[in-house]
Ligand binder design. Structure first.
Ligand code: GLU
Length: 378
């Protein structure tokens, strides 16, 4: 039996409402959550980083507030999310706390995942929590998100989270064990797909099934999530999570659908760099450095003659050759002020000038795209 999770080190696990909350009683499935927490603790003990995207706030909150109509008007579901989110984070803190794992709560909205300033900040918070050994528990900030600006489903939100933290795999735990060629409840000939190499229009057409009444996403939003994740180099698994120990089951060969990443994360990052419209600044380089970049080298301080604009580490900047042509673009390893200090200096002098904790290159080749005329080589 093959272990579906063996290749992955950084996982984002999305838990649907229908798993966490009993459809009939509206109560938390505490025993099931305890079994999932045990699985998570085991994966973490093997050295994996884990980020959870958990639904269930609205489903829990509606019972707490005595709202039982199936479809709630927006203001009531936002109120339900507000009450339910407290119960949800308490449940997670208790379940993982039983294994000595600290949880952190992060509530996101699309502007946070899409606007660079917030994006970088949210990512730093998540990776800092991971570095401290905690498990971040993420949900949409449903009680404040407006109708127009919300994900509305945690499938796509979890895909953005997975790509944001460069997870190598996103697992969607759901009430189905993967993608079928047709809705399995309706079509007796529906075939289970163990692997999807590429999300084609045919694959999208297979995903037309409806959601259960507790969760918002159906197969359609899951395949949408697959497009976001795989396009950025993150694999995605859809697996059934209804039984106890759903992640352990995946390590023991349980049926699932694997959506293969469309490209490596390194390539995806370079594609993202190429797509950046607003550059924060530029570094000017001598002819030798420009030539070295085109052969795939990192940009070292010695080749830099001048910096312009205001940029910090992590901002996208242009590299200009002595004629002022853009020869490369990438994520700065050093900020503008640091570049001003080290430009023209040997790499060995950088630690002395900036301290030992800084990078010695201005742009690392993994974070850079070189431009040949108008064409990008990635
Ligand atoms: N954010 C919603 C909640 O926590 C769930 C959205 C979804 O089901 O995908 O209730």
């Amino acid at each position: 039996m093959s272990n579906a999770l063996a290749p992955y080190r950084r996982l984002t696990v999305k838990i649907g409402s229908a798993l966490l909350v009993d459809g009939k009683t509206g109560k938390l499935r505490a025993d099931w959550l305890a079994s999932l927490a045990a699985d998570l603790a085991a994966l973490k003990a093997e050295g994996r980083s884990l980020v959870i995207v958990s639904s269930g706030a609205i489903a829990l909150g509606r019972r707490l507030l005595g709202l039982d109509a199936k479809a709630l008007p927006l203001e009531q579901s936002q109120a339900a999310a507000s009450a339910g989110q407290i119960a949800l984070s308490q449940a997670w803190a208790a379940a993982l706390g039983a294994h000595g794992i600290v949880t952190g709560q992060i509530l996101l909205t699309p502007n946070i995942t899409e606007e660079r300033r917030y994006f970088l900040n949210a990512r730093t918070t998540i990776t800092t929590l991971l570095g401290l050994g905690a498990i971040p528990i993420i949900n949409e900030n449903d009680s404040v998100a407006t109708a127009e600006i919300r994900y509305g489903d945690n499938d796509r939100l979890s895909a953005r989270v997975a790509t944001m933290i460069e997870a190598d795999c996103l697992i969607l735990l759901s009430d189905v064990d993967g993608l079928y060629s047709a809705p399995p409840g309706k079509d007796p000939n529906a075939r289970h797909l163990p692997e999807v190499a590429l999300i084609t229009p045919e694959i999208e057409a297979m995903a037309g099934g409806a959601a259960s009444h507790l969760s918002r996403g159906g197969m359609t939003t899951k395949v949408e999530a697959g497009k976001i994740a795989t396009g950025a180099g993150t694999a995605m698994i859809i697996a059934r999570g209804t039984e106890d120990h759903p992640l352990q089951a995946l390590t023991e060969g349980a049926r699932h659908t694997l959506f293969a990443p469309a490209q490596s994360r390194a390539q995806a990052r370079k594609r993202w760099i190429m797509g950046t419209l607003e550059l924060s600044g530029a570094v000017h380089v001598d002819a030798g450095a420009a030539r070295a970049l085109l052969t795939g080298r990192s940009l070292l301080p010695i080749g830099v003659t001048k910096a312009s604009g205001t940029f910090e580490r992590g901002d996208v900047i242009a590299v200009l050759d002595p004629e002022g042509r853009e020869v490369a673009r990438g994520l700065a390893s050093l900020g503008r002020e640091e570049v001003d200090i080290v430009k023209g200096k040997k790499s060995t002098a950088v630690a002395e000038l900036l301290g030992f904790n800084t990078r010695s290159e201005v742009l690392h080749r993994d974070n850079m795209v070189t431009l040949m005329g108008a064409e990008a080589r990635i």
